[in-house]
Design a protein around this ligand. Structure first.
Ligand code: GLU
Length: 320
């Protein structure tokens, strides 16, 4: 009796906790893999996560993560380490069909959600290196990308098509992109390959400290290669996109796509896709590389089969 009131309060508090617990537990953590912190993929992961937490925060807790890039992301999805991730359209095709990095080991559980922005394959240097052609890389120090990145495969293709061997013709580095941008400014490398949407902080930032240049990747061999593959197109980076680069740079491009795994639930994918398309203006406004996103193009360039959650929303809209 003496402790009656205290007991009452304690029991009431425990009941209160017990009653609020199921609600707190119902919130699902969803991991979304981006890439280097200075790239655009990380912005895709962060901005979509922000939208989901704003519009569906009672159900989900989306978390955007920096990663090693496309190849890393596709493998991480396969291991169940992420629910969503961003990857290049060419890497998705190779992974699903078991070629390139996935030779003899197809990632059959890879599923498409939607396409995002275009990404250009770029060879960036400083004006003072005098590098104006791919051949000019001979004897230099060049970042070809960390092994988990999408750009590494693009760099290898470009070098092969221009007849250069990165084992013998120059000193190849395998830096993550944020380190490569820094190394170019610090004169620890002479050039880097990067496949990214424009504008990217990874090029904008060094362009503020040193005079940058870009090498066109438009030889006949490149054009023939682009013609052979449905996921590549020729394009240009418009003059003035980056400080000091005052002419159009012709090169080839891929598409950044949001991907998932077949094991991710239909409801989770449906909720994400619906939120993104119903609030597309918000996503467009969140980064300059997303400004031109439109639903028609976002349904193109998907090399892995559509996830049923995405398919359900697109069918409801009469888009497929
Ligand atoms: N395309 C790069 C990759 O696949 C990433 C670019 C970015 O971070 O925006 O690794």
């Amino acid at each position: 009796m003496m402790f009656g009131k205290k007991w009452f309060i304690a029991v009431a508090m425990m009941l209160g906790l017990a009653m609020s617990a199921p609600q707190a537990m119902a919130k699902q953590d969803i991991l979304f893999g981006g890439a280097s912190i200075t790239g655009v993929y990380y912005q895709v992961a962060l901005q979509i996560s922000n939208m989901m937490n704003k519009h569906m925060g009672a159900e989900y807790n989306f978390i955007g993560r920096p990663t090693g890039g496309s190849v890393f992301n596709i493998n991480a999805l396969d291991r169940g380490a992420f629910d969503f991730a961003v990857a290049q359209s060419d890497r998705n095709f190779q992974a699903y069909h078991g070629t390139a990095d996935w030779e003899g080991r197809p990632i059959s559980g890879l599923r498409s959600v939607f396409s995002m922005h275009p990404e250009t394959v770029m060879l960036v240097t400083r004006k003072d290196t005098g590098i104006t052609t791919v051949d000019g890389l001979r004897g230099k120090r060049v970042n070809i990308g960390n092994p988990g990145s999408g750009q590494r495969g693009n760099a290898e293709d470009v070098l092969r098509l221009y007849g250069l061997d990165f084992n013998t013709d120059f000193r190849a580095e395998a830096l993550q992109q944020h380190e490569a941008s820094r190394a170019l400014v610090d004169r620890n490398i002479d050039a880097f390959f990067y496949t990214v949407g424009n504008p990217s902080a990874a090029i904008e930032e060094p362009a503020q400290s040193v005079d940058l240049d870009m090498v066109p990747l438009n030889s006949d061999a490149i054009r023939a290669f682009v013609d052979e593959h449905p996921y590549y197109i020729m394009t240009s980076i418009p003059s003035g996109t980056y400080r000091g680069i005052d002419r159009d740079i012709e090169t080839f491009a891929v598409t950044a796509t949001v991907v998932t795994n077949e094991s991710v639930s239909e409801q989770v994918v449906y909720d994400m896709v619906k939120t993104v398309f119903e609030n597309l203006d918000e996503l467009r406004a969140s980064h300059a590389a997303f400004r031109y996103l439109n639903p028609e193009e976002m349904l193109q360039g998907l090399s892995a089969p559509l996830h049923p959650g995405a398919e359900r929303f697109f069918k409801e809209q009469g888009w497929i």
